[in-house]
Design a binder for this molecule. Structure first.
Ligand SMILES: [Fe+2]
Length: 316
């Protein structure tokens, strides 16, 4: 299987108006809306990164990954429990095959969604550090606004059987492990696994899927990339000013090094802004990190692994 990238996530919400208001403040832009479905996009060429469906009970529906070739869908439909190749209804059309991971979660493989023109995005700021000056005679005035989202970057899953999910995401989807969080005494039995795309010599995000061992299967968070550190802090201030609920941030992770900021959507799901993540390629080495609160962040508001992993379960 040749996965090109993560494409979009699908959630159900009771109130589409409310989730659109949140996601707009979060930095996504409406791509299309009907009475029962809302498609939101980032500034990049993917026509939608987030789908909200109107339903009585809020729930996570699916995560979708774009495959490189149409033949990958033909291959996918031969896998155990795979659906037929179905047409997608959203902007840009395309086709999908639905699989289920060992936790029973719907994982869609999609292909043929027509890209759209990118939206103008504030250029990355030209920063002056103490020893490296790059901006001369120009001022910094990024606008006070939501942090513009470029794209969906990764999904983090709490899983009751990490080994089974790790095997499935690496063997069926072909993802590669970047980092394992382990007990020093037994490196073969990770508490958490960070998996990236196999893009050969191309550089790709340190993780596109993160798996955390958990008492119950759930989606911990979906994470969206913003331009830079200023965008993170402007986004944090904007979401705060609009009355939304912060979860944790702004800080910098250890594994993947992203600057992070977590928020809760109106149904209680956790979503993340990230920027400045590490890039890996096929041959980057697998890392092992001892399990501890120090494996979670370099700096940021105080947090424990236990509280962080439980944060996605508290309000559902
Ligand atoms: Fe994340």
């Amino acid at each position: 299987m040749n996965i090109r990238d993560i494409n979009h996530v699908v959630y159900r919400h009771r109130d589409l108006d409310e989730v659109e208001r949140f996601m707009t403040d979060f930095g996504l832009v409406r791509a299309s809306r009907t009475e029962h479905q809302l498609y939101m996009r980032g500034a990049g060429p993917v026509p939608y990164a987030y789908v909200a469906e109107q339903a009585e009970s809020p729930e996570f529906v699916a995560v979708a990954f774009a495959v490189e070739r149409a033949e990958d869908l033909s291959l996918a439909r031969t896998l155990p429990g795979a659906s037929a190749v179905e047409s997608l209804q959203g902007p840009g059309g395309g086709h999908a095959v639905t699989l289920h991971d060992p936790a029973g979660r719907r994982v869609q493989l999609v292909h043929g969604i027509e890209p759209v023109a990118s939206l103008p995005m504030r250029p990355a700021l030209n920063l002056n550090s103490a020893t490296l000056k790059r901006r001369f005679g120009e001022v910094q005035r990024p606008p006070r606004a939501p942090a513009q989202v470029l794209r969906l970057g990764h999904i983090a899953l709490g899983v009751s059987n990490l080994r089974a999910c790790l095997d499935w995401y690496t063997q069926t989807l072909g993802l590669l492990p970047s980092d394992f969080v382990v007990d020093e005494s037994d490196k073969s039995d990770p508490h958490a696994a960070f998996l990236r795309l196999n893009r050969g010599d191309e550089w790709t995000d340190h993780h596109t899927v993160a798996l955390f061992q958990s008492a119950a299967d759930h989606v911990h968070h979906a994470s969206f990339e913003v331009q830079d550190f200023d965008a993170q802090l402007h986004g944090n201030a904007w979401l705060s000013s609009q009355g939304w609920s912060p979860v944790w941030g702004v800080g910098r992770h250890v594994l993947g090094s992203q600057i992070f900021d977590y928020w809760r959507d109106p149904s209680g799901n956790v979503v993340e802004h990230f920027t400045d993540g590490d890039l890996y390629q096929r041959d980057s080495p697998l890392g092992y990190t001892p399990a501890s609160d120090d494996s979670l962040y370099q700096w940021g508001p105080s947090m424990t692994v236990e509280h962080f992993l439980g944060s996605a379960l508290t309000t559902r």
